[in-house]
Design a protein around this ligand. Structure first.
Ligand SMILES: Nc1ncnc2c1ncn2[C@@H]1O[C@H](COP(=O)(O)OP(=O)(O)OP(=O)(O)O)[C@@H](O)[C@H]1O
Length: 317
């Protein structure tokens, strides 16, 4: 039977719950990732990231709820899910005595790839991960970064539509992280859907279209980084750069009812806005009407770390 192409979300988690004894590792989580999306899963240690990813990857069963890869249930139809899913666990075993080529070949055979298809696929994986020059090197001699590449290669060997990567950037140096980021963006541009977890929050902001913040098993917020930032923004910190007299601009701002915590020196003024967009616009109007020469009027963005700290309370299960 030929099934029609799946047009719904490539990854979907519905009311997912996993309880271990007295610990609710995952507590009624729901989210969906469209095809080609990169969804970042952020949370402190013990938040429930690995547990929910392992359920999606068919390695764990939920206590309630369901998880779907391309519309197929990881719970009810794990074999079909495995065919379209590549999973990179946070800790993975490699056989130290084998070399990269043998290792990838082993997994390609396990996925049933044969003949020219296997050769072509292995060549692509070696090229993509940059492992060609190390093909015959024993795995035990590989650096951490190269081992991560090998594990990503293993997840890609059967050309899955969906990738679940559990903290792939952990322990990598800055260059290796940049390279990993490039690989993830390339895979997403090729139409793969990716769920990726990390503690490295700024990393995820650059890599992901959307993020979900998880703590103590609960999904506290989802959206683009900007959406989450603006939803949670409690204060607006502004920076204004002017030419001409700082005193005059200072006097105007100081008298404005929506300006708080004003500081100013040498043509640079910083303050907090009491209010939202209308107040931000009104303050600029006040300056322009008084013919203050405004060079720069900037809302200082909070970093993703600040947002994360505002949302989570730092509880570790
Ligand atoms: N097999 C298990 N048996 C008992 N408790 C478990 C099991 N697996 C996970 N837990 C507990 O579930 C909670 C969530 O763990 P999980 O590994 O999913 O978190 P995480 O967000 O991936 O954390 P980390 O970033 O440290 O990997 C933790 O309290 C953990 O101790």
């Amino acid at each position: 039977m030929i099934l029609p192409a799946w047009n719904g979300p490539a990854i979907e988690v519905q009311n997912l719950t996993r309880i271990y004894g007295s610990t609710t590792a995952v507590n009624d989580i729901s989210f969906a990732v469209p095809r080609g999306g990169v969804f970042g899963y952020i949370g402190p240690n013990g938040a429930g990231k690995t547990t929910s990813m392992r359920i999606l990857a068919t390695l764990e069963l939920p206590s309630a709820g369901d998880a779907f890869i391309q519309g197929v249930s990881s719970v009810n139809d794990p074999d079909r899910v495995r065919g379209s899913l590549g999973f990179m666990p946070d800790a993975f075993g490699t056989y130290g005595d084998t070399n990269c080529a043998e290792y990838l070949d082993f997994f390609a055979r396990s996925y049933g790839l044969i003949g020219r298809e296997r050769t072509t696929r292995l060549r692509w994986v070696m090229d993509f991960t940059g492992l060609n020059k190390l093909a015959y090197k024993p795995i035990r001699g590989l650096s951490k970064g190269m081992k991560q590449r090998l594990c990503l290669g293993r997840a890609l060997v059967h050309d899955p539509a969906v990738l679940i990567l559990d903290e792939p950037a952990a322990g990598l140096d800055p260059r290796a992280r940049i390279e990993l980021r490039k690989m993830i963006r390339t895979l997403a541009a090729d139409g793969k859907t990716i769920l990726i977890s990390s503690h490295i929050l700024t990393e995820l902001a650059e890599m992901c279209d959307r993020v979900g913040i998880i703590e103590q098993g609960c999904l506290l917020a989802t959206g683009t980084v900007d959406e989450i930032r603006s939803k949670l923004r409690k204060t607006r910190n502004m920076l204004v750069r002017i030419t001409g007299s700082t005193e005059e601009a200072f006097r105007l701002l100081d008298a404005h009812p929506a300006v708080d915590q004003l500081e100013g020196d040498n043509g640079v003024l910083r303050f907090q806005i009491i209010g939202g967009d209308p107040q931000q616009v009104a303050i600029l109007h006040t300056l322009c009407e008084a013919r203050v020469d405004v060079l720069q009027y900037t809302l200082l963005d909070e970093s993703l770390e600040d947002v994360f700290l505002q949302i989570t309370e730092g509880h570790v299960q």
